[in-house]
Ligand binder design. Sequence first.
Ligand SMILES: [Cu+2]
Length: 157
Amino acid sequence: MKTIGFLMLILILVATVSTMAYVGQPKAESPATVIRPAGAAVPDSVLAEETKPAAVVKMTGWMKFDPAKVTVNVGDTVEWKNTSIVVHTVTCDTKKAADPKHVALPEGAEPFDSGNVSAGKTFTHTFTVAGTYKYFCIPHEKMGMVGEVEVKPVAVK
Ligand SMILES: [Cu+2]
């Protein structure tokens, strides 16, 4: 009887282990399928590389763009991050400026405007035309919240 009991125990153990191994298999696959939806906005590493900002500009509680001037290459993306508790904008459109001197756009470049960027939020813009961009923040233009992006042309190989 003792031997049978022992054999039963072994059988139960084997059954348990094999069940665990079986359950373990789909589990091992699921992290991969979980990772994909999590990175859905950036589906592959190539795109992740492309959308990685070349420069990050903070929009501060001092009503400043920090740094006020960044230099990037054509095709680069700049990210603006609102690190304050107030709403800011990244506006590069002469029509929306109180003082048109606060805006500069190279020839052929389209005006852009982030709209309201609330506290903690970010805005990104990819620069496809080389040149000097001057932009401002709509709520704080008169407080001198202006910034500049210098976009260098990439040498053709
Ligand atoms: Cu602002």
